[in-house]
Design a binder for this molecule. Structure first.
Ligand SMILES: [Zn+2]
Ligand SMILES: [Zn+2]
Length: 348
């Protein structure tokens, strides 16, 4: 066993605190990664506080993991000791259902194994708020960004793929008018990636203070979603809208901005449902309301390679592990541009 320093929540009301865990020795098809940085995702906070009512304690969050491979099993072919590597939201899946067979492990019909908080029928798993992790090589990603950018690559493993996958699936690209709702951890990646794909990007934000930032990140237009006239001007204009907001809000505002056959896709996960939409907003222009969950391993690698090629990383603020509880409070206030990343050197 590999003794590993970590930070854990021991109950829904406890602050995260130092906690020792043990990692297994890598098996033949597994790699051991020294974690160098881990992004702080809103799901970490939801899970640490049991807001989705499925948390198993102790809870060691973190699924935006980047680091260096320090050991590989005898059957590992794709990775070598010393290489940089990443781990996202999944560490295993059944491998034989229809979704797994198509490389869409995030929709595994038997439930994938989460990087933390395991999942139905599996033992609890511990995530990236720790010094080391041991993962099957088929769930490990190659990182081709320059090493100096490593901290800012970490959020690509969740925020990056969560936005890249639906943008690809619904065909964002040249000649397409794409809306991104919300400029937070997910939204700022959505703007960067949609822009790099060549789409015309319209960002929707409630914050006048984020207009300039939205344009800097790649938005062609920034619309204040609290301004009725600005929203009305977008009616029937967009082919696709990616809604990253994780608080209940009126979806009709955005459905009416879609062209015929347009799609509004939700990736934010609010604890309470959105108010119901007017069905006629869907019927009259054959519009769709959809959802999307992260992306498969193959597509996550494609996203990392795309971002390395286009020079895309996340805008981050680096913190030591000891600052995590304060960072959660700031995240709840929206006081982060645009992702916290923990420097794991602080755990040594
Ligand atoms: Zn996440
Ligand atoms: Zn499966």
């Amino acid at each position: 066993m590999i003794k590993t320093n970590a930070y854990a929540a021991l109950s829904s009301t406890a602050a995260l605190a130092p906690f020792d865990i043990s990692r297994r020795e890598p098996g033949p098809d597994e790699v051991q990664i020294e974690i160098l940085f881990c992004g702080v995702c809103h799901s970490d906070l939801h899970t640490a506080r049991n807001e989705w009512r499925n948390t198993v304690y102790p809870c060691v969050p973190g699924h935006e993991i980047v680091g260096r491979i320090v050991a590989v099993g005898s059957a590992v072919r794709a990775f070598r000791v010393g290489e940089l590597a990443g781990v996202g939201c999944m560490v295993d899946s059944c491998g034989h259902c229809a979704s797994c067979a198509e490389g869409e492990e995030q929709y595994c019909e038997n439930g994938f194994t989460g990087t933390y908080n395991g999942g139905p029928g599996v033992e609890n798993t511990f995530g990236g708020y720790s010094q080391a992790i041991v993962v099957k090589e088929s769930f490990v990603l190659h990182i081709h960004h320059p090493e100096a950018q490593l901290a800012a690559v970490a959020p690509l493993l969740c925020a990056g793929i969560t936005t890249y996958s639906p943008l690809r699936h619904w065909g964002a690209g040249p000649g397409k008018q794409v809306g991104i709702v919300g400029l937070g951890g997910l939204g700022h990646m959505g703007v960067k990636i949609a822009h790099a794909m060549g789409a015309h990007v319209v960002l929707f934000t409630t914050s006048p203070g984020k207009v300039a930032d939205g344009k800097r990140l790649g938005a062609d237009e920034v619309v204040l979603s609290t301004d009725r006239a600005q929203c009305a001007a977008q009616a029937g204009r967009l082919e696709f809208i990616l809604d990253t907001v994780a608080a209940p809000h009126q979806l009709d505002t955005y459905l009416t901005m879609l062209k015929r056959d347009g799609t509004l896709t939700l990736v934010g996960a609010p604890a309470e449902p959105h108010p119901a939409s007017a069905v006629f907003n869907l019927i009259l222009k054959r519009r769709s309301l959809a959802g999307s969950l992260i992306g498969g391993i193959r597509e996550t690698q494609e996203m990392l390679d795309f971002c390395a090629d286009k020079g895309i990383v996340s805008d981050i603020e680096t913190i030591p592990m000891q600052a995590i509880n304060g960072a959660y409070e700031r995240m709840l206030r929206g006081d982060v541009k645009y992702r916290f990343v923990i420097d794991m050197a602080s755990l040594r």
